[in-house]
Design a protein around this ligand. Structure first.
Ligand SMILES: [Zn+2]
Length: 396
């Protein structure tokens, strides 16, 4: 339900489709004392010192903040840092809240990246999206972008790159796969769990890691309408359920939003698919998208960015870093920032339409209940022998 004061604010602010203020101009309330996260972030970010490194097309985490700090300093009311929590090694996990202050917020979008240590293309896309919406915030939509959810895992990869080591890394400091650490759909039921049990593992207990707890805190506090968790690779727009063959009750909405994203991606857009139906043997248990959807009612996507190894580029076969992160990320960044922008625009259109709905008549989506029991249909026999598990090709 839309509170009365928001409608009054809308009336005072004028029509919602006014163009946003020019990039760099501060809203009138920018002279107020900064929220504590802003000054804490600015102090912290100024101490992060970029170092020369061998992956010039990608940012180390210090470079990420060298890019974002000027945005926060110039427009702290528009790009506001929030600290979600801290990693195992006590690194802060930063999110950035972006909003345009003239239009009441009726939609919230979460975009987070780098839950898996090696998947750096996701951070580049998150930063690119953040730069775009900082310049042109989508009216009526508050967006929170988390460029690095797993800073310890990323720091290990940074050390690997600096010392020329090729190491496969997915987890956090304790080598825990954060994307098997959530609460919903943890129980494996598919018959294939007996054939390839390592495909169906979860962490020992839900929300056992500070990084997954940090995401949960943010999700519980904010109540996002839509969320996107960025991964690599494969070229997919996955939606729940990941841990169940059964269709989600919001399937039509996922597919509609998927089409909006595809429009924004342009040529060679990714396919939309339920993750639990990616392959007959695949289920993902304790994953972020099922948690956000099943626990909070957030329409959550898992994107697998890029199509990975290319037969025409032998370099993409040689190192684990290169499997996930193309030598030249520009095309991927353009395509996937385009997809995120289209999603934000679609939500902005919805948000502004909602301003015309009388209070009390807004339809609310209810939180779907994850269904126990059904582990999928009677599975077909695999045609070419049992699938060979391969860590690097596992989605999610
Ligand atoms: Zn991943």
């Amino acid at each position: 339900m839309l509170p009365l004061f928001l409608l009054l604010a809308a009336a005072v602010a004028g029509p919602p489709d006014l163009p946003p203020p020019a990039s760099g101009s501060l809203p009138a309330d920018a002279v107020r004392p900064l929220p504590v996260e802003v000054s804490a972030y600015i102090r912290w970010a100024r101490k992060q010192l970029p170092v020369p490194h061998p992956e010039a097309a990608y940012r180390f985490e210090a470079d990420v903040h060298a890019t974002l700090l000027p945005l926060v300093e110039a427009m702290p009311q528009r790009v506001t840092p929030v600290r979600l929590g801290r990693s195992v090694e006590n690194r802060p996990i930063w999110g950035f809240r972006v909003r345009e202050h003239r239009t009441p917020v009726t939609r919230k979008l979460l975009v987070f990246a780098n839950i898996h240590a090696l998947e750096w293309i996701t951070t580049e896309v998150a930063v690119g999206f953040l730069q775009e919406i900082a310049a042109h915030p989508p009216p009526g939509v508050e967006v929170v972008v988390v460029p690095v959810l797993n800073p310890d895992g990323r720091a290990k990869v940074e050390q690997d790159l600096l010392s020329g080591r090729n190491v496969y890394r997915r987890g956090n400091q304790r080598n825990v796969d954060l994307n098997r650490d959530f609460t919903v759909n943890r129980e494996a039921r598919a018959v294939w769990r007996h054939v390839i049990p390592r495909r169906y593992v979860t962490t020992a207990a839900p929300l056992s890691q500070p990084e997954s707890q940090s995401l949960e805190r943010l999700a519980a506090q904010e109540g996002f309408d839509v969320a996107v968790s960025l991964h690599a690779y494969g070229g997919w727009l996955f939606h729940p359920w990941a841990g169940d063959w059964e269709r989600p009750e919001d399937r039509a909405t996922f597919e509609r939003l998927g089409r909006e994203i595809q429009r924004g991606q342009g040529g060679r857009a990714y396919n939309v698919k339920q993750l639990g139906r990616w392959a007959f043997f695949f289920r993902g248990h304790g994953m972020e998208l099922d948690h956000l959807y099943g626990q909070h009612g957030t329409l959550a996507f898992l994107w697998e960015l890029t199509r990975g190894r290319s037969p025409l580029a032998p370099a993409t076969w040689k190192t684990d870093f290169r499997i996930y992160n193309p030598p030249d990320p520009v095309r991927a960044i353009r395509r996937d920032v385009g997809g995120l922008r289209a999603l934000a625009s679609s939500l902005s259109w919805e948000a502004r339409s909602l301003l015309a709905v009388p209070p009390g008549q807004e339809a609310r989506r209810r939180v779907p209940a994850p269904r126990p029991g059904n582990g999928g249909p009677a599975p077909e026999a695999p045609r070419r022998g049992p699938p060979r598990p391969n860590e690097a090709t596992r989605p999610g």
